[in-house]
Write a protein that binds this ligand. Structure first.
Ligand code: XMP
Length: 316
């Protein structure tokens, strides 16, 4: 019978059979999939699991803290928190091409993770939050690939580890049920999908500390208003994009020359196609006013009204 408790119990037994007394490592991304996979494996093998959280500095406001906090509360779960923010920024300096940015973030992620993994002696297994939909898609994905997606794929080949994928038979909504059953905080359980390269692909042009700060603040305002209006769970994704142009505006009696922020909100079932969300005008107005008033460096807010296709959900 399909109940959250049964799913957890069965998954834990299966993991124990596969891993036995060996050690496993896991890369936490901040998303619900890797977090759920890690918690299941932790239930099964306890301290023989070490989680590595690479903070690449491309997460949203307070996201790194939320992940660390959620896992620290799972007492006894060894968590290595790597602050790699400088490294990623250094490597991204001067880079504007979208695919180049994706490649850099992916490569650097593997490098940092490997360095950490080498410290964890005799690890034989790598835990990944692969879902059923990833399994189905991976057959077709390469052929139809539009953007090079970055997950933590590519790791096992480099590192010679056997995969543990406790979510392989589950859909996203089932993962959320399991996550809730495991006691994960609301915020993590219901988090909208977030791309591996993070804010690097929502900042058009060069990624700098200043531009990251602008996008982070604008995005936090947007999330706040979307949640307050009760729209967060109804949307597949909602986020802010920072273009590489500036425009003229007026504040008080002074001329401004600053960045616009683009609001992107879509509904979707599987991300293959998506429709731009018809958000209420009063919600859009609050988002716009607050971003302009609260985020220095922004003097204009625009709304992306493109569906997928022809647009992709992300801008890069
Ligand atoms: P696009 O922009 O291609 O995105 O319409 C489809 C979905 O995939 C997410 N996305 C990614 N997820 N690594 C990920 O794990 C990536 O490199 C990546 N790029 C895009 C995107 O947020 C959307 O949900």
């Amino acid at each position: 019978e399909w109940t959250p408790v049964n799913i957890v119990t069965e998954a834990v037994e299966r993991i124990r059979r596969q891993v036995g007394d060996a050690r496993a490592i896991c890369a936490l991304s901040g998303g619900v999939d890797s977090a759920t996979a890690a918690m299941l494996v932790h239930r099964a093998i306890g301290e023989n699991l070490t989680c590595v959280f690479v903070d690449h500095g491309l997460l949203r406001q307070n996201e790194a803290e939320q992940v660390v906090e959620a896992f620290r509360r799972e007492a006894g779960l060894p968590l290595v928190h790597v602050d790699a923010r400088e490294r990623f920024l250094d490597r991204l300096a001067g880079v504007t091409d979208p695919e180049a940015k994706r490649k850099i973030v992916g490569e650097e992620f593997i490098r940092v993770f490997e360095e950490q993994a080498r410290e964890i002696e005799d690890a034989r297994f790598l835990v990944q939050g692969t879902l059923y939909s990833d399994v189905i898609e991976s057959g077709t994905r390469d052929a139809a690939r539009i953007k090079s997606h970055h997950n933590v794929g590519g790791l096992p080949e480099v590192m010679d580890l056997e995969l543990v994928e406790p979510l392989r038979n589950l859909f996203k909504d089932e993962v959320r049920v399991v996550a809730a059953e495991l006691g994960m905080p609301e915020r993590l359980v219901w988090r909208q999908p977030f791309p591996g390269p993070g804010l690097a692909i929502r900042i058009i042009g060069e990624v700098t500390a200043e531009r990251l700060e602008i996008l982070r603040r604008a995005d936090a305002v947007l999330q706040d208003e979307i949640r307050a209006a009760g729209y967060y769970r109804r949307l597949w994704q909602s986020f802010a994009v920072l273009p590489a142009v500036q425009s003229v505006g007026v504040m008080g009696d002074a001329r401004t020359y600053a960045y616009p922020i683009v609001i992107r909100a879509v509904t979707s079932d599987d991300a293959m196609t998506a429709d731009w969300a018809r958000l209420p005008y009063d919600l859009l107005e609050r988002i716009s006013n607050r971003i302009i008033n609260e985020v220095p460096g922004v003097n204009r807010v625009a709304l992306d009204i493109t569906s997928k296709p022809p647009g992709t959900i992300e801008w890069e």
